[in-house]
Design a protein around this ligand. Structure first.
Ligand code: NAD
Length: 423
C-alpha cells in the first residue's frame, strides 16, 4: 500500500513538473510514534501514530483498531490524509493512528482500557493545535469520548477540540453521521452539472450521462439518472436517503449489503430499504424487486455505480463486467488502480474517493472549529458549510482535470500536491 501511494504521488508529481527532490519531500513523514500498550491482562498490543505533514494545519486523521494494522499501512494512510485535506482545501495536515488488535475479541472494559492507554502514551504529541485524531475502522464515538476524557484528565484541556467524531452530547457535531453520504450526493450532482458535450472530459463520459446533465440544468430530457449502491450501510444508505430527498431525478434501482440485495428497474423505496436495514434485516431477504448478488450488481446497466462497501470491489477480475457510465467511490479504494485505468480508457468516469467520500473529514473539521470557538451549530449550518467546501473542491478538481487532460483521480492528487508544494 505504501509503495502504491508513493507511486501515485511520483506519477502525478512528474506530470506537474516537480523535481525528484520536491517529490521526496512530499513522501517523507514528519514523525513516527511507535509504542506498545500493555494491558492489565498481560496482553501487549503494538500501537502507532504517524504524523505526515502539518504544513497546512494541525495533523488530522483517524485511529483504527484492527489485527492487520502495520507501520507501513499507517504511514500510507497518513500520507493519503494529507493529500485528502489538501485536495479539498482544508487547513489541516495528515496523520493516522492504529493499534494491531482484534477489538471483537475484547470486552467493553478492555476496549476502554486500550483507548485510554493509547492516549496516555501519546498525549504529549497530540492536542487541538497539534494533532486531532478521529474514529476510523472499528473505532466509534464511544471510543473517542473515552479518549477525550483521558486527554482532559492528563492535560486539563476542556475545549473538546483534541479529537473529532465525539458523540453529540460530548461535543460532537450535528450532521456527522450522514456527512459522507451527503457529501457524495453533492459531489455527484456538481460533476453532472459540470459535464457538457463540448468539453473533453464530457466526451470521455457516455452520452447518456451528458444527456442527464441537460436534464439537471433544466432542459426537457425527462429520463431520470439510475444508480445502484453496493454497501447499504452508514455511508451508502445516507447517500440514498439524501439523494431521495434532494435529487428526485435520481432513481435507486439496486442496493446490496454483504448478503446480496435487491434490484428493481422501477425505482426502489429508499426509506423502506433504510428502515429494513436499521431494523437489522438483510437486503437479499427483502420482499421487493428481485434478489441479486453482489457480483450481479457490479455488472448492472445503470448510469452510476455507487461503491460504498469495501476497498477492492472492482479489480482486474470483474472490471470487464462494469456497464455503468460513472463510478462514485464512497468507500476507500473500491476500484483498484489497474481496473481504474481500464475503465477510464473505456470512457467510464471514476469519481475518486479522495473527493467523493470527503464529506466526513469536512464535518470533522467543522466539529473542531465549533469546539475551538465554543459554539454548537445547527445541522442546517453544518450542511451549508459542507456544501460550500465540496462545491468549491469539486469545481477545482474538475477544472484541473480539464486543464491538464487528467483523470479526476490524478487531478485531485494534482490539486493536493500543488497546495502542499506551495505551502
Ligand atoms: P458500514 O459498516 O456502516 O457499511 C458497510 C456496508 O457494506 C454494510 O451494509 C455491509 O453489509 C456492506 N458490505 C460489506 N461487504 C460487502 C460486500 N462484499 N458487498 C456488498 N456490501 C458489503 O460502513 P460505512 O461507515 O458505511 O463505511 C463504508 C465504506 O466507506 C468503508 O470502506 C469506509 O472505510 C468508507 N468511508 C466511511 C466514512 C464514514 O464517514 N463512515 C468516511 C470515508 C470512507
Amino acid at each position: 500500500m505504501l509503495k502504491t501511494t508513493h507511486n501515485l504521488i511520483k506519477d502525478v508529481g512528474k506530470k506537474l513538473g516537480l523535481t525528484s527532490e520536491q517529490i521526496e519531500k512530499l513522501l517523507a513523514v514528519d514523525k513516527i510514534h511507535e509504542f506498545e500498550i500493555q494491558m492489565e491482562s498481560g496482553k501487549k498490543h503494538q500501537a502507532y501514530r504517524v504524523q505526515h505533514s502539518n504544513k497546512l494545519g494541525p495533523y488530522k486523521g483517524g485511529i483504527r483498531f484492527h489485527p492487520d494494522v502495520s507501520l507501513e499501512e499507517v504511514q500510507a494512510l497518513a500520507i493519503l490524509m494529507s493529500l485528502k485535506a489538501a485536495a479539498i482545501g482544508l487547513p489541516l495536515g495528515g496523520a493516522k493512528g492504529g493499534v494491531a488488535v482484534n477489538p471483537k475479541e475484547m470486552s467493553l472494559a478492555e476496549l476502554e482500557e486500550l483507548s485510554r492507554d493509547y492516549v496516555l502514551n501519546l498525549h504529549e504529541h497530540i492536542g487541538p493545535d497539534k494533532d486531532v485524531p478521529a474514529p476510523d475502522v472499528n473505532t466509534d464515538s464511544q471510543i473517542i469520548d473515552w479518549m477525550v476524557d483521558e486527554y482532559e484528565k492528563l492535560t486539563g484541556d476542556t475545549s473538546k477540540a483534541s479529537f473529532t467524531g465525539k458523540s453529540v452530547k460530548a461535543g460532537g457535531s450535528l450532521g456527522r453521521d450522514e456527512a459522507t453520504g451527503r457529501g457524495g450526493v453533492i459531489v455527484l450532482r456538481q460533476i453532472l452539472n459540470k459535464l457538457a458535450p463540448s468539453q473533453s472530459l464530457g466526451e470521455a463520459v457516455s452520452n447518456r450521462i451528458v444527456k442527464r446533465q441537460a436534464f439537471a440544468t433544466g432542459l426537457s430530457i425527462s429520463e431520470p439518472i439510475t444508480y445502484a449502491v453496493q454497501g447499504f450501510g452508514n455511508v451508502g444508505a445516507h447517500f440514498a436517503l439524501v439523494a431521495a430527498q434532494e435529487q428526485p431525478d435520481w432513481m435507486l434501482v439496486a442496493a446490496t449489503d454483504s448478503s446480496g440485495g435487491v434490484y428493481s428497474p422501477a425505482d426502489l423505496s429508499v426509506k423502506q430499504l433504510a428502515q429494513y436495514k436499521s431494523d437489522g434485516g438483510r437486503l437479499h431477504e427483502l420482499n421487493e424487486g428481485r434478489a441479486i448478488s453482489n457480483k450481479e450488481l457490479i455488472g448492472l446497466d445503470v448510469d452510476v455505480l455507487v461503491l460504498a462497501a469495501l476497498g477492492g470491489a472492482v479489480t482486474e477480475k470483474n472490471m470487464h463486467q462494469v456497464k455503468a457510465h460513472a463510478i462514485l467511490e464512497l468507500a476507500n479504494g473500491p476500484v483498484s488502480d489497474e481496473a481504474a485505468k481500464h475503465l477510464e480508457s473505456k470512457g467510464i468516469m471514476i469519481i475518486p474517493d479522495i473527493l467523493a467520500n470527503s464529506g466526513g473529514v469536512i464535518v470533522s473539521y467543522l466539529e473542531w472549529l465549533q469546539n475551538k470557538q465554543g459554539e454548537h451549530w445547527t445541522e442546517a449550518e453544518v450542511n451549508k458549510q459542507l456544501e460550500e467546501y465540496l462545491v468549491k473542491a469539486t469545481n477545482r478538481i474538475y477544472d484541473m482535470a480539464q486543464k491538464r487532460s487528467m483523470t479526476l483521480k490524478e487531478a485531485a492528487l494534482a490539486v493536493a500536491i500543488e497546495r502542499l508544494v506551495k505551502s
